[in-house]
Design a protein around this ligand. Structure first.
Ligand SMILES: [Ca+2]
Length: 225
C-alpha cells in the first residue's frame, strides 16, 4: 500500500503521533468519491457501522471502507430510546403504509431485531390485522451519479413468526419505483443485492411485509460498482 505521507512527521499533529503510528494507512484524503472516482474513501464516522466510543473513534476511523451513498442504512440513527421503541419515520428514513394500512413499515430500536447494532426496520403490520405491505424509503433521494452503476445491498430476515407463516414473506428492492431485486420466503438474516443504474437523485425503496409474514431489513448499502 502506498504511503503518500508520514503522519508521525507531520508537525500539525505531534500529540497524535503515537496514536497514528498504530495505523497502517493513516492518511490519504480522497475527495472525488462522492460524485465520481472509485467509490472508495477513507472511513469516517458517517460511514462506520460501529461508531466506537471515546477516543477509539479516531483509531477505528482510519483505514478504508467502501463509501455507501445511502445514509444510515443500518438504522442506527434512530435513538429515541435505549431499549425498545419504534417509529414510522425519523430523520433518515420514512415508512409509508399501503392505502388503508396501519404501521406497515416501522423503524425499531431493539437489539434482538437488528442484524447489527440496535436499529432495524420492520415491514408488515405488527398487529397482524392486515397483510398489507409497507414501504421504507430514505428521507432524501440518493446522491447518485447519472449513468453510473450501483449495487444495492441489504440483509433481510423473515423468520419472526416461523417457517410456515413466513413462507409468504417477501421484500422487493425498488429503484425509482421499479422492482430491481429482492427475496422471498422464510429466512434468517440473509444478504441480498441488486444492480442498478443511477439517474441522479434516485429513490430507493424496500417494499414488503404481509403479516404475519413479517420481514426485517438492516445494514443496507448502496455502492458505486
Ligand atoms: Ca442496525
Amino acid at each position: 500500500m502506498h504511503h503518500p505521507h508520514s503522519p508521525a512527521l507531520n508537525p500539525r499533529w505531534p500529540a497524535l503521533a503515537s496514536l497514528l503510528a498504530m495505523v497502517v494507512v493513516p492518511i490519504w484524503e480522497k475527495t472525488s468519491n462522492e460524485s465520481g472516482g472509485s467509490g472508495w474513501a477513507v472511513a469516517t464516522t458517517r460511514i462506520l457501522v460501529n461508531y466506537g466510543q471515546g477516543s477509539l473513534v479516531v483509531t477505528y476511523s482510519r483505514g478504508y471502507a467502501r463509501n455507501s451513498v445511502l445514509p444510515d442504512g443500518g438504522f442506527e440513527g434512530y435513538t429515541a430510546c435505549d431499549d425498545f421503541c419504534f417509529t414510522a419515520s425519523y430523520a433518515n428514513w420514512i415508512g409509508t403504509n399501503s392505502p388503508g394500512g396501519v404501521e406497515d413499515a416501522l423503524i425499531f430500536y431493539y437489539m434482538p431485531y437488528a442484524h447489527t447494532g440496535h436499529g432495524s426496520a420492520w415491514l408488515g403490520f405488527g398487529n397482524d390485522d392486515n397483510d398489507l405491505p409497507g414501504t421504507l424509503t430514505p428521507a432524501q433521494p440518493l446522491s447518485t451519479g447519472s449513468g453510473a452503476v450501483y449495487v444495492v445491498q441489504c440483509f433481510v430476515s423473515s423468520a419472526l413468526s416461523g417457517a410456515t407463516l413466513e413462507a409468504a414473506a417477501y421484500v422487493d428492492i425498488e429503484w425509482n419505483g421499479v422492482r430491481v431485486g429482492g427475496t422471498s420466503g422464510f429466512m434468517q438474516y440473509t444478504f441480498v443485492e441488486a444492480s442498478v443504474v443511477g439517474t441522479g437523485g434516485d429513490v430507493l425503496s424496500f417494499v414488503g411485509g404481509a403479516a404475519p409474514a413479517w420481514s426485517f431489513i438492516d445494514d443496507c448499502k448502496v455502492y458505486k460498482a
